[in-house]
Ligand binder design. Sequence first.
Ligand code: PHB
Length: 391
Amino acid sequence: MKIHTVLPALALLAALPAQAQDIKVGAILPYSGVYASIGEEITNAMAMAFEEAGNAVNGRALKIIRADTETKPNVAAAKARELVTSDNVDFLVGPVASSEAMAIRDFVHQSKIPLVMPNAGANVLTGEKCSPYIVRVGFSNDQFVRPTGKWLFDKGVKSAFLLAPDYAAGRELMGGFKKSFTAAGGKIVGEEYSPFGQTSDFGPYLAKVKDAKPDAVFVFYAGSEAINFIKQAADFQLAKSVKITGAAWTVSPLFLPAQGEAAAGFLGSLNYVPALDNPANKAFQAKYQERHKRVASEFGAAGYESGRLIVEALKRTQGATKDKKAVIEAMHKVEMNGPRGPVKIDPATNNVIQNIYMVEARKGAGGKVDLAVVDTIANVKDDVNGCAMSW
Ligand code: PHB
């Protein structure tokens, strides 16, 4: 390049205000391992929210940097560090597994980089180990299942067998259900925890459930484990003697196409279904389906709303990201009426306040299985649970 072309270019660079730097969002998500499909969908939907804002706020471009956690806590910890110290991200969005979130918690708190969580439900992150820099858009594990214990008991489920992967989320989801189910008068007749990410044969667990003769099995699986479990439970004809209930990610619209009719009859809780009848959801589904040729699930809704929360907060700070406290306080002011319905962040814990839907997987015309809402528990909010915010 000749000198007279270089000089004006340099002068132009120097004249650009610091504000014009990109806003970097580190997507700390599984793109491989058990929860790979979840990481992809969250990223797709977040990108859609950024696109709707023109991929920029106040002239600063929004850029997503992907980092694959492989659904492993130690990899998540290394990737979080890399995103913050090498890529200089302004935000982190992720992870999916509670165990991954626990592994990055202290680093996030110390580095003061806002972490927006679309999924990982580990209770303590908006309880005893809350942080002003950790904002939960997804759910806490307890929030998700707390309403289900009494609900199922009132519908005639008097005894239950618990089944989940053996890691933080599986234990917490079963613990939350057990507490509300037994408080309502229900009896737990057995519980099993399968090695997380290592179980593809659920046969021995299905046999144990059947032998215990409960009214229902209350189950949580996601990703490839959910697909395998539901198909094998159908082959085993478990539903002939035991009602299959649980945290309804197990039959997420993300996994339903692979599960097919095997999923029909599942009853449980979820914070979103594609059929929700509100204008924001209709627009969201139309755009997602056009782009990705399939229905968006609750993981997409949470990824989209994570992106929306970041955009709306940045609009309030005029695109400024340096003052982290100002960014988080702006997030507290955002009230979204998005695909999920009304959603806001509780400033006392940074946990989301949202509706929990009781849903049933129903076979429709042509044998296609979809989720129908059978009840809505509005504005479910967690207690403070030992959270004391310290900046
Ligand atoms: C979690 O580990 O917190 C988790 C993972 C997948 C889900 C729900 C919760 O679908």
